[in-house]
Write a protein that binds this ligand. Structure first.
Ligand SMILES: [Fe+2]
Length: 371
């Protein structure tokens, strides 16, 4: 029946995690600027309106500052990346008339979903400023779902229909409404420019980066999800391609969730992993078969943030590979990259009993396996 596809190899998987700017402190500082005048107002409704107006003014001032300091420029696409150039969102289901090849007799009806990044506003952007330049990685861009429907009539004649639609994440909706790029690229670039871009993203939107949701599509508990490494999954409808919103397993996950969770043989539970650049660095989670509860959480108790990209499962064990790609906001503050391969250290494999604790993890050291 439905076929879901992760077209992106591990190299494409995004893993952008928050640099720990103190967004709350910044917002508090901003709020303190607007507080005194509103405190003098006795009428509550007037006070609410005044706060709204002041927030709007502060937002406008920040937008104007960003527009003054940064300029968005189309990012050149190298020839090998042109297959990933964005396409238009067509919205409606259209009949596909051109067809080549043969369909096997026993091929089932259903829908094939292809997903990938499809940057808004004509392609990826870089931002130029007095601080230097920041670029987008080619894996970035809003997620788009492409659905190809296979339908067979009673005479056995096939018909094909196509539809595409953006995964409408919160940041997609916000940027679409603005009708222009808003988030500054932060993943690559000159250190000072990256720092400034991150600062303004956090100050304006409370987060450093956009939600991509462009890496994988999976099913769990009868529902379907689109996801990427840097956020929680988005529930989607495979037929209409509508986005229903964020999926936070058990409402207690509270961190990005791997794009590659695995369903366990037998129980049908979902094993997942999520990492952040602050402690606890890496959490393994087990979601109930119906998708409603987070039934187990395990802090791996790592002493550094390491990217555990994929998940393996057997009947009894969860298997993770730590190939020593670490994330460190401190490196960015010193002008380095957020990610670093710790080539001098062995890669390692963790074998964990399904509901085990940190003491039950068995580590097996292996030769570095990423070039
Ligand atoms: Fe991935």
């Amino acid at each position: 029946m439905a076929t879901t596809t992760c077209l992106l190899s591990s190299a494409r998987c995004s893993a952008k995690h928050p640099i720990n700017f103190k967004a709350h402190d910044l917002k508090t500082a901003l709020a303190s600027v607007v507080k005194p005048p509103t405190q003098k107002l006795k009428n509550p409704s007037l006070k609410v309106e005044a706060v709204k107006a002041l927030k709007m003014v502060s937002t406008t001032i920040l937008d104007t500052m960003v527009d003054f300091i940064f300029q968005f420029v189309d990012q050149p696409m190298i020839p090998s990346q042109k297959n990933f150039a964005p396409v238009e969102e067509i919205g409606e289901l259209i009949k596909v008339d051109c067809f080549q090849g043969n369909i096997p007799e026993d091929f089932p009806e259903g829908v094939y979903i292809r997903n990938g990044s499809n940057p808004l506003f004509g392609g990826l952007k870089l931002a130029v400023s007095v601080f230097g330049k920041t670029d987008s990685l080619w894996i970035e861009g809003e997620g788009m779902l492409h659905a190809l429907h296979f339908k067979k009539d009673e005479q056995g004649k096939w018909s094909f229909y196509y539809k595409n639609r953006y995964v409408e994440t919160d940041t997609y909706k916000m940027e679409s409404k603005r009708k222009k790029p808003a988030f500054l690229p932060i993943v690559e670039g000159d250190p000072l420019a990256t720092l400034a871009a991150s600062f303004f993203n956090v100050l304006r939107f409370g987060q450093e980066y956009k939600i991509m949701s462009n890496t994988n599509v999976f099913e769990h508990g009868g529902k379907h999800y689109s996801t990427a490494e840097n956020y929680i999954p988005q529930e989607i409808d495979l037929i209409s391609l509508e986005t229903y919103g964020n999926w936070n397993p058990g409402r207690t996950w509270s961190r990005p969730l791997t794009s590659h969770p695995k369903k366990t043989p037998g129980t049908g539970e979902l094993v997942t992993v999520g990492f952040e650049a602050k402690k606890p660095y890496c959490i393994v989670g087990i979601v109930s078969a119906d998708g409603k509860e987070l039934v187990h959480k395990l802090d791996l108790q790592l002493d550094q943030c390491s990217l555990f990209h994929d998940v393996g499962v057997t009947n009894k064990y969860t298997i993770l590979v730590d190939f020593m790609l670490t994330l460190s906001p401190e490196r960015v503050m010193k002008g380095g990259s957020l990610f670093k391969y710790e080539r001098e250290k062995d890669a390692r494999i963790a074998v964990i009993p399904r509901y085990g604790d940190a003491d039950s993890i068995k580590w097996f050291h292996i030769e570095p396996c990423v070039s």
